[in-house]
Ligand binder design. Structure first.
Ligand SMILES: [Zn+2]
Length: 679
């Protein structure tokens, strides 16, 4: 029998990473309890301190409290996303209201807030440095936004709302995963495979075996299976099945579907915003972002939207032409878009996505990425097989500075599994911070759902997957390069509409010709990608942009609309979605990238009223990337400045100030509009 809970002791592992092999699912429950109790004692110690409140005994003391709980929570959340099971999901459901209540009790603790308010009122006299001032500012803001100033009865209402929201958002995500896993397209007739590339067929054979079928091919809704199917399958009816399978996720259960859940969520969110003195939930969320208010977001979306719609309309006409020419005798429908787009890509640029993949074996792309980071920042990645992992396919790297000093640890988890959420994301098991003046290195994690290797082929990525790898690793170095004192301000702890900047800027290097030549190597011959193919890629870089931006903007508007309600929503979710799309004159063949019922970003992640952040950040990162374009792609001085002024600073200063320190001026939209061909 196990006597000790590994989550409660010191981690006796390399670099103090979580001891995954020793943690049993049941250990989390006990660790959550212990963490909550320890945190309560720490808070009680702060409030009962006989000495008057000051920065150290109140603001810093709050920052340093709750570490056991935080550690447990970070490990639990990561495993829940990457290697879940029924018991973990059940524990999450049980813990959500308990944790919500615990945090509410702290944020609404009037004795504690009195001390914070006292320090806050003296702030101009305290001689705090920039980072300390920010900690004070953000702590005060967090408590006010958490309900510290509300009346007792309103506090009670807010607690109820928070508890319900915490459970609903988990159920939402669980439903999406369940629907995603429940769908399969089982093909037994070889004719139904017509048009599909060999590698996609091979993967479908393996999926069929995993599903214990004695014969046939299985396709599922993970992107590596879904997208090639939509691109290449000649059987239109089956494309339609796959498409609808994907776009109807979250609305397949009658009483417990995500339509019911999200209706409750938007109404609770509105009620919460109102309690806290805001007109809409969007106003509440945006108050602490760069955008500041919904008007600014709508303004940016509105600047881009009309030109994008025009582009998408033209794209649709081209697709219809191809279809007519091939005598397919159809009106283009949403499930036809990918298919005819691939034909057009081939025709216009003589570029075949499947062919391009041969040059992107994961191993080479990874080397290319490491090389880029080495040239920019002098860092290197060293695999370490002794670090415990939570799943056998996960790889761990030590990241070292040019002088050998260890910067941090990074876990990389590449392929889809039924136990893993869809999409790609970066998180941390431990953020960089100072402990008693000593630097504690960060432990970062990146997750993907890339095309898996098959019996005959290594993992061959699409260009989109290559960019995703660079994107998430951009977040990762934001976490790794952090040089902050306080964990709550470290690394990616920045406003939501700034956080995509360090990630998106790194994507730019992936498609630069000189970089491509170094890593895009044919998996069979090892030959670098030919210049001719690079030229085709460049020529086609704006290809299908109308579609991509339309589905993105549609999702952004949908998110904004759900969170700009001023009255409780009683209507029909599908009608609401249709109205939202009508308003932006969307091309009806293009669905929003995420429909409401599987929009995890906004209903089970932290992006409510925040999906616009990608384009907001892109305006900024495109401008920042010009600093490299104006010097050179690997200009050391520019890279060092970017690292120092932005990547190392975390959330210790206002992002606009960080940007200006780097660029010498505020961000301009020109570079973005030019890049997208929207001027
Ligand atoms: Zn991102």
């Amino acid at each position: 029998m196990k006597i000790t809970n590994p989550l409660l002791g010191t981690f006796n592992t390399p670099f103090g990473v979580p001891p995954f092999a020793e943690i049993a699912t049941e250990d989390y429950k006990q660790a959550f309890n212990a963490g909550i109790n320890a945190h309560k004692v720490e808070i009680e110690k702060i409030t009962s301190n006989p000495k008057g409140p000051d920065f150290h005994n109140t603001i810093e003391a709050i920052e340093y409290s709750g570490k056991l709980l935080q550690q447990t929570d970070l490990i639990f959340e990561n495993i829940l996303s990457s290697e879940t099971n029924d018991t973990l999901q059940q524990i999450a459901q049980e813990q959500a209201p308990v944790l919500s209540d615990h945090w509410d009790n702290i944020l609404m603790n009037s004795k504690l807030f009195k001390r914070i308010e006292n320090v806050y009122q003296q702030r101009s006299k305290l001689k705090l440095n920039t980072e300390q001032s920010m900690l004070l500012e953000k702590t005060h803001q967090k408590f006010v936004r958490g309900g510290a100033k509300l009346s007792i009865s309103d506090k009670f209402k807010l607690k109820e709302i928070n508890a319900k929201l915490s459970v609903l958002s988990l159920q939402f995500g669980d439903n999406v995963l369940a629907d995603n896993n429940a769908f399969e397209l089982f093909i037994t007739d070889k004719n139904d495979l017509a048009g599909l590339p060999e590698s996609v067929i091979d993967a479908a054979v393996e999926t069929a075996k995993e599903k214990e079928k004695s014969e046939g091919w299985v396709f599922n809704l993970n992107r590596p299976s879904l997208i090639p199917f939509l691109q290449y399958a000649q059987n239109r009816e089956l494309r339609r099945k796959m498409f609808l399978g994907y776009y109807q996720r979250g609305s397949n259960k009658n009483n417990n579907d995500n339509k019911v859940i999200l209706k409750q969520m938007v109404n609770f969110r509105l009620e919460k915003a109102r309690l806290l003195g805001f007109n809409t939930y969007s106003d509440f969320v945006l108050d602490e972002t760069m955008a500041k208010n919904p008007e600014a977001v709508f303004k940016l979306l509105g600047q881009i939207s009309p030109a994008v719609t025009e582009l998408a309309k033209k794209e649709k006409e081209r697709l219809q032409e191809i279809s007519n020419r091939e005598n397919d005798n159809i009106e283009i429908e949403p499930w036809d878009w990918w298919y005819y787009t691939e034909k057009l890509r081939k025709e216009k640029y003589d570029l075949n996505e499947a062919e391009l993949r041969s040059y992107f074996p994961l191993e080479s792309v990874l080397k290319g990425l490491f090389n880029v980071l080495n040239k920019l920042y002098g860092i290197s990645f060293k695999p370490n097989k002794d670090v415990p992992v939570y799943q056998k396919d996960v790889t761990v790297y030590e990241v070292h500075e040019a002088d050998g000093i260890l910067t941090g640890i990074i876990y990389m988890d590449f392929f889809p599994r039924p136990t893993k959420q869809g999409g790609a994301w970066m998180t941390a098991y431990r953020e960089q911070h100072l402990e008693n003046g000593k630097n504690v290195i960060p432990v970062i994690s990146v997750n993907f759902n890339f095309t898996s290797p098959t019996k005959n082929k290594p993992a061959l990525l699409s260009l989109e997957e290559v960019e995703t790898l660079f994107h998430e690793c951009g977040h990762a170095i934001h976490g790794l390069f952090s040089q902050c004192r306080y964990e709550s301000l470290a690394g990616t702890e920045v406003p939501r509409d700034f956080v995509e900047m360090p990630s998106q800027i790194l994507e730019n290097w992936a498609s630069e010709p000189e970089v491509l030549k170094s890593y895009a190597l044919d998996y069979k011959s090892g030959n670098p990608i030919p210049d001719e193919l690079i030229k085709k890629m460049e020529a086609s870089s704006k290809f299908n942009l109308g579609f991509n931006l339309t589905e993105y903007l549609a999702a952004s508007y949908l998110d904004m609309d759900w969170h700009n309600l001023t009255l409780p929503f009683m209507g029909d979710v599908n009608d609401f979605e249709r109205e939202a799309m009508k308003k932006i004159h969307q091309v009806h063949e293009i669905f929003p990238r995420y429909r409401s019922t599987f929009f995890n970003h906004i209903f089970s992640g932290g992006y409510a009223s925040g999906y616009y952040s990608y384009v907001w950040s892109e305006v900024i990162d495109t401008d920042a990337f010009q600093a490299f374009k104006e010097t050179s792609l690997f200009d050391k001085t520019t890279a060092t400045r970017f690292r120092k002024e932005i990547l190392s600073k975390g959330g210790t200063e206002d992002p606009m100030k960080l940007f200006k320190n780097f660029r010498g001026r505020g961000p301009k939209t020109d570079a973005y509009l030019k890049k997208k061909g929207l001027t």
